[in-house]
Ligand binder design. Structure first.
Ligand code: TXA
Ligand code: MG
Length: 353
C-alpha cells in the first residue's frame, strides 16, 4: 500500500478541504487515517465499525486486549456511546474538554468489543486540536484512535514519525506539523465510585481536584516496577512502551551526583567501544564530558520536557546509540507524567545515586 502524506496545516483552504474530504472517505469506507492531535498523532478508524478498528491492531502490531480511545468533536456524542454519564463526569468534561483528557465510562452495546478490547467500558476524548476536530467532523463518524506508532515504540509527535512507523501500512497521513503537548492524554476512570487516574498527563490530579472532591491514582501509575499482583486498569499500561532500541537507565538523585554518575558510566562504556546517549537539560548540558547529548528541555519549564520527550527517544534510535542515561524529573504535577513515560522507556531500570 502507498502511504500518502498530505499537509493540512500550511496550505490553502481548498487544499485543506480536499485533504479532509479524502480522509473522511477513507474512514467511511472502513480504512485508516493518521491525524494530529494536541497530545500526539493518532491512528484513526471508524469507532463503531469492528472491522475498521481491527485494522488498527494489525497496522500497529498491537495486542488485541488493549482498548482504543474514541475521539469525538461534540459533547452530545458521549451520550451515543456511554450508558451512564455521572454528574461528576459532566463537570470534568465541561471543565477540560476540548483538551488532553480521556474519560472512561460504561459503554453502550453499539461500541464493538473490538474497539474496547472486550471491556464493558469505553474511553472517550474530545481533542482540542482544530485539525483533529475538523477531521472527526468531516468523517461523520466517531474515531477510534491509539497513538500512531508501531506498538512499543515512542509515540509520534511529528508526521514524519508516523511515516517512519506506518509507511506502507496505511493509505493516508494528515500532516498538521508538530504537536503541542507531546505526551498522551491523562486518562481518568469515571465508571467507578471514586474517579481514578489510570495514566498521568498534562491534566494533573490537582487540576482535576478543582472540580472533583477526590481523585485516586492507580498504583500502576507510580509503581516503580509493576508488581505481579498489581493489575493495571488501563491494559496498555502493562506493556513495555516508548522503548528506544538502546538499553536505557534513568538516574535519580541530587543533580551533582547524577551528573557525576553519568559521566563516570559514560567513560566506562566508551572505553568498551560503546556509543552512549545522554538525556540532559538546558541547565545541565555543559556539565557532561563525553557521550552524545540530547537536550530534552528546561527544568524551569517542564512542558518543554514533555514536548520533546518522544522525539529525543526517536533521535537516539536514529543515532544508533548502544546505551542511554537519562536525568530524572520531579514526581508531581507534569513531572509525574514525564517520569511515567521515562520509567517505561527505561523498562523501569533506575540507578539511585
Ligand atoms: O493523547 C492520547 O490519548 C492519544 C491521542 C491519539 O488521542 N491516544 C492514545 O491512545 O494515547 P493509546 O491507545 O496509545 O493509549 C490508550 C490507553 C491505553 O493504555 C489503553 O489501555 C487505555 O488507554 N484504555 C482505553 N480504553 C480503556 C478502557 N475502557 N479502560 C481502561 N483503559 C483504557
Ligand atoms: Mg500509545
Amino acid at each position: 500500500m502507498e502511504t500518502e502524506l498530505l499537509n493540512i496545516e500550511k496550505v490553502s483552504p481548498e487544499e485543506k478541504a480536499a485533504a479532509l474530504k479524502k480522509a473522511g472517505e477513507i474512514i467511511r469506507e472502513g480504512g485508516l487515517v493518521a491525524f494530529p492531535t494536541e497530545t500526539v498523532y493518532g491512528l484513526g478508524a471508524d469507532a463503531l465499525n469492528a472491522e475498521a478498528s481491527a485494522k488498527i491492531y494489525a497496522a500497529k502490531g498491537r495486542p488485541s486486549d488493549n482498548p482504543l480511545i474514541v475521539h469525538i468533536h461534540d459533547v452530545d456524542q458521549v451520550y451515543e456511546i456511554a450508558s451512564e454519564v455521572p454528574e461528576a463526569a459532566k463537570k470534568v468534561m465541561e471543565k477540560f474538554w476540548p483538551g488532553p483528557l480521556t474519560v472512561i465510562l460504561n459503554k453502550k452495546s453499539c461500541v464493538p468489543d473490538g474497539t474496547t478490547g472486550g471491556l464493558k467500558t469505553v474511553a472517550i476524548r474530545m481533542p482540542s486540536h482544530p485539525l483533529a476536530r475538523d477531521f472527526i467532523r468531516e468523517s461523520g463518524r466517531m474515531i477510534a484512535a491509539p497513538s500512531a506508532n508501531t506498538s512499543g515504540r515512542p509515540s509520534p509527535t511529528l508526521a514524519s514519525h508516523v511515516y517512519e512507523d506506518m509507511q506502507g501500512r496505511i493509505p493516508l497521513i494528515l500532516d498538521g506539523g508538530a504537536v503541542g503537548i507531546g505526551i498522551e492524554s491523562t486518562i481518568i476512570d469515571m465508571s467507578t465510585d471514586t474517579p481514578t487516574i489510570l495514566r498521568p498527563g498534562y491534566i494533573t490530579k490537582d487540576m482535576l481536584e478543582e472540580v472533583l472532591p477526590k481523585v485516586n491514582i492507580d498504583p500502576a501509575v507510580t509503581g516503580r516496577t509493576m508488581k505481579k499482583n498489581v493489575v493495571a486498569k488501563a491494559p496498555g499500561m502493562k506493556y513495555r512502551h516508548y522503548a528506544p532500541k538502546a538499553d536505557m537507565t534513568l538516574v535519580e538523585g541530587d543533580m551533582d551526583k547524577v551528573v557525576a554518575y553519568i559521566n563516570e558510566q559514560t567513560k566506562k562504556a566508551e572505553a568498551e567501544g560503546k556509543k552512549v546517549g545522554i538525556i540532559c537539560t538546558e541547565e545541565s548540558q555543559d556539565m557532561y564530558q563525553g557521550g552524545n547529548l540530547e537536550v530534552i528541555g528546561s527544568r524551569e519549564h517542564e512542558e518543554t520536557v514533555a514536548h520533546n520527550l518522544f522525539a529525543v527517544l526517536r533521535d537516539f534510535d536514529a543515532r544508533k546509540v548502544d546505551c542511554i542515561f537519562s536525568e530524572s524529573f520531579s514526581k508531581d504535577q507534569l513531572g509525574q507524567a514525564i517520569m511515567n513515560r521515562l520509567l517505561k522507556a527505561a523498562g523501569h531500570k533506575v540507578a539511585e545515586v
